[in-house]
Design a protein around this ligand. Sequence first.
Ligand SMILES: *Cc1c(COP(=O)(O)O)cnc(C)c1O
Length: 376
Amino acid sequence: MSNFISYGRQCLDEDDIQVVIDTLRSPNLTQGPKIAEFEHEIADYVGVKYAVAFCNGTAALHGACYAAGIGDGDEVITSPITFAASANCVRYVGGTVVFADIDAVTYNIDPLQITAKITDKTKAIIPVDFTGQPTDIDEIMAIANEHNLVVIEDGAHSLGATYKGRKAGTTAHMTMFSFHPVKPITTAEGGIIVTDNEEYYKKLIKFRSHGIEQVPYSAKNGGWYYEMTDLGYNYRMTDLQAALGVSQLKKLDAFIARRQEIAAKYTEAFKDVEGITVPKQLDDTASGWHLYMVQLETADRKQVFDTMRLANIGVHVHYIPVYWHPYYRNLGYEKGLCPLAEAWYEKALTLPVHPGLTDEEIEKVIKTLKKIIKNV
Ligand SMILES: *Cc1c(COP(=O)(O)O)cnc(C)c1O
């Protein structure tokens, strides 16, 4: 499968590999200086005060739900068109997931639908920057402020994307970025929460390390003394991963520039093809193009998918509406809950985008899809 074109994958150079090897030879494999450096660099890049690294993005979302104080019976509103982790994190802390339908233009959660789903049990909103296009965060923050809700932005796709000239992650109470290999930069597995709020920051630090707090040295306590004050987890990132993250972050802007170039090529190629609708970008946002997704208006999606795969092109579909999964169906969610999201999903197809794609590979994707669309 060497000439298989995957929909997304990491982009690593020798210098990325070397920093990991160097860290392996250092005294600290975990909880060392690279974690602090990576957190500092991410906070600086995004333009926020604090960043707390986690072993993956899902653990980071779990931490954010804990820090937000979400608990039994609290309702949290999120999008159905996302990876299951955006909803699962609410379940980890005993909350109830409420799905609000998407906007027909951006495919992000629709602020009007959020408002319609607010009850006196609503505690938080988890908007997702789907495909790398930032969600309408100003509108969502206005709704949240009016109803006293916490906003946890799922920015797994959007590190480096901008909204009204601001980086994704500057506006919500907390924002999660993921460093899974297909995401904008990678640490193999990894995630982070960024925030300007000191109280959330302290809770996140505690949560990722067993719920332990350092207690100031006093005459009463020995130097070994610490207290576990809450039930936390071991959700720490290693220094090997953080070293890789620091190295990758230097390349993020170049990665995004290449992703934007690829997206522009696809849009140019498909915008006038009958039966294909290309994704739209709002004027005041710049997507990081984690995913490029078209809508197949007339063709049989499964047939197109299978034919593309036979041609060694790794098309994909993001995502099955979360509440269609048996786990959520067993909780009582039913098909038809979010009609726009469901209709959108039925026609959706993800085309390959990653910084390492060659122009020849992009041409192959374009030619093959055009040919299939004409014939089916
Ligand atoms: C990848 C992803 C996550 C989870 O991140 P991991 O680092 O894989 O745990 C959460 N939400 C969305 C939208 C994602 O794409």
